[in-house]
Design a protein around this ligand. Structure first.
Ligand code: DGJ
Length: 724
C-alpha cells in the first residue's frame, strides 16, 4: 500500500484571477500544467527543468503559433462534444443521452508518496453534469519517469457510457517529431521503424485481446527536432501498462503541437458506468531525455528494476528447458536423463514445457488437452510430485509450463464448461493454434485459472518456477457471462490481473516467466507479477542480437529470458554469448553436445554466474548498432563503474567484414584504469587480445578498444575490471 507521507501543496477554490501554474519536477525534467482563467487545464510545458520554477509561467507567451480556435489543443485531458474538435481523451454519453463534456479545474494536490516518488492529482469537473475526472501523475524523481492515469466517476441519475477514456493526454512542442515504433509477428517481434510524423493522426493499436502485442507493442519513442541517436537528441519514451487492447494516438495538430493520447483501446468497448463507480484507467508510463535514446532507456530500465517488475533487484534462476529437445514426446525416463543433464550443464533448474497433462484427450500435440491440467498418466505415471523430488535428488530445481487461460475444443474442460469459452453462440468457431480463450471476465473462470497454479504449488511446495504461456488471440469476442458485451475486453484484462494478484498474494516470490508464443504479451501491466519474459520463439542468435537490442530500450536485461537453442547456423559459443545478455537458459539436447561444446557451456555458465549481477543490475550501453555496423557491441557496467562486460558479435558475413575501428566504451570512470580480459573462449582457442595491458577509462571512452571481431572470431566477450 502506498503511504501518503506528506501533503506538500493543496489548492482548491482559493484561486485568484492569475492563472495557476502547476509544475511537476523530476531530476532533469518538468511537466507544467496551467489552470487558465476559464478553469481549463492545459499542459504548457514538458521539457528540461528550469532553475527557477517561477519562470515556467513565462513559457506560453513565447510561442507565436497560429490560432487555437477552441483554446483546447493543449488540454491536459481533452473532452469531446463541447467546443473541442480534435482527438479527445474522453468521450461520453450522459445519463440523459447528451454527448457533450467539458472539464474544469476544481483543485489539485501534490503529495510525497515515498522516498523519491511524488504524486500530483488534479480534480476536474463538468460545470453542467455531475461528472468528474481525477488526473494522476506519479513522478519518479531519480529516473525522470512519470506514470499517468485517470479516475472517472459521476453521480448522474442513470448510467453514463464511456466511449473513450484515455490514461494520458500529453502535448509536445518541437520543429519536427520522429516516431520510432515497432511491429512484428510470431518469431519476428520488435521490428523497428522510424519516420517523421506528418499532420493528422498516427495510431498505434491492437485489437487482439490476448497476445495483444503479436503485431504491435505499445512501446514507442518520439524524438524532437531530429531523430535522436544513442547519445544525442531529445527523445520521449512511452508505453501503456496494460495487457490487452491499447490505442495510442499521435496527433500533429494544426498548431504543430504533437498531442499524444494513450489508453485502453475503445474498440468494441463502450463502458456503462454506474453512479459512484470509480473507473480507473491503467497507467501510461513515459520518460524524456535530452541525452539520446541510451540515457532514456537506462532511466526506464532502472525504474523497472526499482519499482515495477517483480523482484527487480533480486536474482534469477538459470535453466534447461525441454521444449525444443523433446517437444511433446517425453516420459519419465527421458526426463530423468534431462535432470542429470541439467546438473551436468551446471544450471539451476529444469523446466518441463508443454505436453505433461490431459488424459481423455492427451496433450501429444497442440490439437488436444489444453484445459485438462492433470498429469498425463501414460507419460508421467508417478505424477509431477515425483518429478519435483527426482529433480531435487539430482541437485536441481523443477519448474513447469502452463497455459491456463486457454482451452482446446478437444478437452474435458470444453465439454464440461462450454460457457466458459470465448466464442460467438451463433457462429462457427475459429481457432488460433487449434485453441480458444477462456472467459477470464467470469469469476468462476478466474477461480479455475488460479486453481491451476494453486494446485501445482500446494501439491508441490518445492516447485520453483512457472512459465505462463498465452498462445491464442481472441476471435469471436463474446462472453456468456457478461450482461454487457461492450465490457468484455476490459473485464478480460481485469480478470487476468485479479488472478495474477491472487497468485502473488499467496505466492509472492515464485519466479514466473511471461510468455505468449514468444513476445506476444510483454508490458509493464503484466510484469509487476512476473520476474521475466520470453522475447520470442525465434532464438536464432543473429536475429536475437537485433531483437534483444530493441527490447532493451524499454526492458532491463534481468527480464529478458534468452535460451541457447539449435535455431540458426551459429556455433554454440556465439549462441551462448548472445543468450548471456539477459537471463540465460538452454533448450538443447545436452547429451548430443560434443565434448568441447559441453565443456564450453559449462565454463560459460560459470563465467555467467560471475558476471550476471553486472548484466542484471548494471547500466546497459549500446556501443555499436547491428542495424548500421558489421559488428554489434553492447556493454553493461556496475554502479561503482569498476566492473563491466562487453559483448561483440559479427553480424555481417560478407568478405572481410570485421571490427575495423576501435569501439568506444561508455559509462566508465575516466580516471580509473581498466584491464580487459576475453572470457568464454572455446576450448583450445586462445585470445588474440593482450590481457596484460591497462587502459584509462578516458582512453577507452575516447579512443575505444578493438575486440578483434572477424570471420574467425565472430563472438567476443570481454570482462572489464578496474586495475588497482
Ligand atoms: C509457445 C512458447 O513460446 C514456446 O516456448 C513453448 O512453450 C510452446 N508455446 C509450447 O506449446
Amino acid at each position: 500500500m502506498i503511504l501518503l507521507l506528506a501533503i506538500i501543496y493543496f489548492c482548491g477554490a482559493r484561486m485568484g484571477a492569475q492563472p495557476i501554474n502547476i509544475p511537476l519536477e523530476t531530476r532533469n525534467n518538468a511537466l507544467v500544467l496551467r489552470v487558465a482563467d476559464n478553469k481549463d487545464v492545459n499542459l504548457i510545458y514538458y521539457g528540461k527543468k528550469l532553475s527557477e520554477a517561477a519562470e515556467y509561467a513565462g513559457i506560453p507567451e513565447l510561442y507565436k503559433q497560429s490560432g487555437d480556435y477552441s483554446g483546447m489543443l493543449t488540454s491536459a485531458y481533452t473532452p469531446s462534444g463541447s467546443r473541442n474538435l480534435v482527438e479527445p481523451a474522453i468521450s461520453v454519453t450522459h445519463a440523459d443521452g447528451n454527448n457533450s463534456l467539458d472539464l474544469k479545474y476544481v483543485s489539485h494536490q501534490v503529495s510525497a508518496v515515498a522516498n523519491g516518488v511524488s504524486s500530483l492529482t488534479v480534480q476536474l469537473k463538468d460545470p453542467v453534469y455531475d461528472f468528474e475526472v481525477t488526473l494522476f501523475y506519479k513522478a519518479y524523481f531519480n529516473d525522470d519517469v512519470i506514470e499517468q492515469w485517470s479516475e472517472i466517476r459521476h453521480k448522474e441519475k442513470g448510467n453514463v457510457t464511456l466511449h473513450k477514456f484515455a490514461s494520458a493526454n500529453l502535448c509536445l512542442k518541437a520543429d519536427s517529431y520522429w516516431l520510432k515504433q515497432f511491429h512484428g509477428d510470431w518469431a519476428k517481434e520488435m521490428q523497428p521503424e522510424e519516420s517523421r510524423l506528418t499532420h493528422g493522426i498516427k495510431t498505434l493499436d491492437t485489437k487482439l485481446g490476448t497476445r495483444a502485442n503479436l503485431f504491435q507493442p505499445s512501446v514507442f519513442m518520439v524524438s524532437l527536432g531530429k531523430p535522436a541517436t544513442e547519445d544525442e537528441g531529445t527523445v520521449m519514451y512511452g508505453s501503456l501498462e496494460w495487457s490487452g487492447n491499447f490505442r495510442i494516438d499521435l496527433e500533429l495538430d494544426p498548431q504543430d503541437n504533437l498531442r499524444i493520447i494513450a489508453g485502453v483501446n475503445n474498440y468494441a468497448l463502450d463502458y456503462s458506468l454506474v453512479a459512484n463507480e470509480k473507473f480507473t484507467t491503467p497507467p501510461f508510463l513515459f520518460t524524456l531525455s535530452d541525452k539520446g535514446k541510451g540515457d532514456a532507456s537506462r532511466k526506464i530500465q532502472r525504474w523497472a528494476r526499482d519499482y515495477k517488475i517483480l523482484d527487480g533487484k533480486g536474482s534469477r534462476l538459470t535453466l534447461l528447458n525441454n521444449w525444443e529437445s523433446t517437444y511433446f514426446d517425453f516420459n519419465e525416463s527421458k526426463l530423468s536423463e534431462l535432470f542429470k543433464d541439467t546438473k551436468k550443464l551446471g544450471v539451476d533448474l529444469f523446466l518441463l514445457d508443454d505436453g505433461w497433462f490431459a488424459n481423455k484427450y492427451p496433450r501429444n500435440d497442440d490439437h488436444a488437452g489444453l484445459g485438462d491440467w492433470q498429469e498425463n498418466k501414460a507419460k508421467l505415471p508417478n505424477g509431477i510430485s515425483s518429478l519435483v523430488k527426482e529433480a531435487q535428488a539430482n541437485g536441481v530445481k523443477f519448474g513447469i509450463w502452463i497455459e491456463p487461460e486457454m482451452v482446446n475444443p478437444k478437452s474435458e474442460l470444453y465439454e464440461k464448461h462450454p460457457d466458459w469459452v470465448v466464442k460467438q453462440p451463433k457462429r462457427d468457431e475459429f481457432y488460433f493454434r487449434n485453441q480458444l480463450v477462456l472467459d477470464l471476465s467470469n469469476p468462476k473462470v478466474q477461480d479455475f485459472v488460479f486453481g491451476v497454479v494453486d494446485n501445482l504449488l500446494t501439491k508441490n511446495p518445492d516447485m520453483a518456477y512457472i512459465k505462463w504461456d498465452c498462445n491464442a488471440v481472441i476471435y469471436n469476442a463474446y462472453s456468456a457471462f457478461q450482461k454487457n458485451q461492450s465490457h468484455f475486453y476490459i473485464e478480460y484484462v481485469r480478470g487476468l490481473y485479479n488472478v495474477l494478484a491472487k497468485i502473488r498474494s499467496k505466492y509472492p516470490t515464485v519466479p514466473m516467466m511471461l510468455c505468449s508464443g514468444g513476445g506476444g504479451r510483454v508490458d509493464y501491466g503484466a510484469l509487476q507479477y512476473f520476474t521475466e519474459f520470453w522475447p520470442s520463439d525465434n532464438t536464432d542468435p543473429l536475429e536475437r542480437i537485433f531483437m534483444q537490442w530493441e527490447y532493451s530500450y524499454f526492458y532491463p536485461a534481468i527480464t529478458s529470458s534468452n535460451h541457447v537453442t539449435d535455431w540458426g547456423k551459429q556455433p554454440i559459443k556465439f549462441r551462448t554469448d548472445v543468450a548471456m545478455m539477459g537471463k540465460l537458459g538452454f533448450d538443447i539436447v545436452v547429451s548430443k553436445l560434443s565434448g568441447n561444446d559441453l565443456q564450453f557451456c559449462q565454463n560459460a555458465i560459470k563465467n555467467y554466474n560471475d558476471v550476471k549481477p553486472i548484466i542484471w543490475h548494471g547500466d546497459q550501453y549500446r556501443l555499436s548498432d547491428p542495424a548500421t555496423n558489421s559488428v554489434a557491441s553492447i556493454m553493461y557496467v556496475d554502479e561503482a563503474k569498476s566492473t563491466g562486460i562487453m559483448f561483440n558479435y559479427l553480424v555481417n558475413y560478407r568478405y572481410d567484414a570485421k571490427s575495423t575501428f576501435p569501439i568506444r566504451l561508455k559509462g566508465l570512470e575516466a580516471t580509473k584504469k581498466y584491464k580487459l580480459t576475453e572470457i568464454n573462449l572455446y576450448p583450445g582457442s586462445n585470445s588474440s587480445l593482450n590481457a596484460n595491458k591497462t587502459y584509462s577509462g578516458d582512453f577507452l571512452m575516447k579512443i575505444g578498444f578493438n575486440p578483434d571481431v572477424n570471420a574467425r572470431r565472430t563472438s567476443v566477450v570481454l570482462k572489464i575490471e578496474e586495475a588497482k
